[in-house]
Design a protein around this ligand. Sequence first.
Ligand SMILES: [Zn+2]
Ligand SMILES: [Zn+2]
Length: 216
Amino acid sequence: MTKKTIRYNGNDVFAPLNFNLCPYEDIEFEETKNKIYDDFVEVFQENLVSLLKELGLKFIELKWFSPREYNYAGDSLDLIISIEDKSKLKTAILKNKNKIDELLAKNTSYDGYMSLAVFNVVEELKCLKENEGYKVDSIVLNVLLSPLNFNENFSITDSFINSPTCESCGNTLEDEEVNICQKCIDESSCTKCGKSGLFEDSICESCFRQRQFSFN
Ligand SMILES: [Zn+2]
Ligand SMILES: [Zn+2]
């Protein structure tokens, strides 16, 4: 029987890291996502794979989730795993009982917040034992992965690839073919006759020709 894969929101299981790019402007989103992915893999994947193995879990892959609209969810670098060894997992959960219970208690205490999480380790282990389709709770998994010190070893902003900017004013360019923005072009003018437009050597073509002519 092939093991079922489980997908976790990276903002939950790699917390306090958060991969949501919505708050940021002036970055190349697709290139930045590729860079974050590559950097994250470089920093964590090896240790992540072996830590998961110790926990009785199997690393499958990391995969970006990107929302179509930013109303409800943000981007996240998701973790996909499968459960290989429930008794190893149980041991690991029990070893971290206090920390997990503390976090679970905090999570369920928000006013009016319907938590999908289990309430405590006892309940989690009951699910582990009884549920055919058992999935590790994401808060529990977050605690189990915390030895990797995500926040201390990684910052998404280090992987940002900035959008090209106008050579003159520094604003973000809409069109990647040019290196000066339209506003700067509109506002520039010939230093000799005042005609508007952007000219090489700050001088318009007719003034340039006139100057050449006067040299002769
Ligand atoms: Zn400009
Ligand atoms: Zn001119």
